[in-house]
Ligand binder design. Structure first.
Ligand SMILES: [Zn+2]
Length: 352
């Protein structure tokens, strides 16, 4: 490329080089490397609108990143996700027509605008704005954007549900009712999947007992539960607190599915695994506890397990509906019963 060089006062050949740049943005020194046009003869930088804009945008983006503001490319990405043009997004927000265009070119947004933009990462917020009829969009535009935002919302909702639920479920610190471990949805789902993989025709009732046994077994051996679940004393034995919700989340995450099957004259749900348990969710000791429970109790019927659990001190010492303390595991006879005890048998399993 031949261009006039101010320094040489001659037409010169230019080339692109990465050079160290130092700019002051809003009173702050920003240093970085960026491609610039350089005179081959004298090595001086030659001004060029495109390269200058890029350098300025880079400096501004570094400033933005440093101050926790969305960068120009993040704003572009956010806008494109919903299929907005620069103008349409400005209109939706009731801002000046060229506001978004300027931000994408590198003008630094103030914090209030940044927060508004940031909130649009949540498609529910976009739908809210569209529904409220704010901004100056045509009905057709509004409809098109709504469909897009709705689709994104659906895509994300499962992941959200699981994430939000986990933060709600992780409510209390480690104590005797969760086996000194904060509840972990990934671990719980992992244990559910693990049993669903290894036990045929796994009913929900039986799953609840196997989880209880595995958590309590691991607590007895190592002083901490596997999943952090709390078990409540219910009429047919211990059941994880919010079991239906937790199972629903495991289904939602795609780890397992519930299928109706008949158990004699009963119709109940069987838990089937849909994908293998994530590697690394459980360590060797935890896997050993799961294996132990599978080997010892995997063939028991839900009814048998329910009867056995009723003989436990841990069970007898809790009131109906109340959480069962992990404290009683030392005296859990069920964990010590030999594999071929008289309790062993394939009883008629009831689904629910
Ligand atoms: Zn020159």
């Amino acid at each position: 490329m031949i261009r006039y060089c101010v320094n040489c006062d001659e037409e010169r050949t230019l080339q692109v080089e990465r050079r160290r740049q130092s700019l002051v943005v809003k009173g702050e020194h920003i240093e970085f490397e960026a491609p610039v046009l350089v005179c081959k003869e004298c090595s001086e930088i030659v001004a060029d609108p495109d390269y200058d804009d890029a350098v300025l945008r880079t400096a501004h983006d570094l400033y933005r990143a440093r101050h926790g503001l969305l960068t120009s490319s993040e704003i572009v990405e956010l806008r494109r996700r919903y299929g907005f043009s620069q103008r349409a997004l400005s209109r939706l927000l009731g801002w000046g027509e060229v506001t978004i265009q300027r931000y994408e070119k590198g003008v630094i947004q103030d914090r209030a605008h940044d927060e508004v933009l940031r909130s649009l990462r949540d498609p529910r917020r976009v739908l809210e704005l569209l529904d409220r009829g704010s901004g100056k969009l045509t009905p057709a535009e509004r409809e098109r954007f709504r469909a897009r935002a709705q689709a994104i919302l659906e895509q994300e909702s499962s992941a959200w549900l699981v994430r939000e639920a986990e933060s709600v479920l992780r409510y209390c610190g480690p104590d005797l009712y969760n086996g000194f471990r904060n509840f972990g949805l990934d671990r719980f789902t992992g244990a559910v999947t693990w049993f669903a993989t290894h036990v045929e025709r796994l009913s929900k009732t039986k799953l609840a007992k196997l989880l209880w046994l595995a958590d309590f077994k691991h607590f007895r051996d190592h002083g901490v539960s596997i999943t952090g679940a709390t078990y409540a004393r219910l009429p047919f034995g211990p059941v994880p607190h919010r079991f239906e919700l937790l199972l629903g989340l495991a289904v939602e995450s795609g780890a397992v599915m519930l299928v109706e099957e008949s158990f004699g004259d009963y119709v109940g749900n069987v838990v089937l695994s849909r994908k293998p348990v994530d590697q690394g969710v459980f360590d060797e000791k935890e896997l050993a506890a799961l294996e132990f429970v599978l080997k010892r109790f995997g063939q028991y019927s839900a009814k048998k397990l329910s009867e056995l659990s009723h003989q436990e001190a841990a069970w007898l010492n809790s009131a109906q509906g109340e959480p069962i303390s992990y404290d009683g595991t030392r005296r859990m006879r069920i964990l010590d019963s030999p594999p071929n005890s008289p309790h062993h048998g394939r009883g008629h399993d009831k689904g629910e």
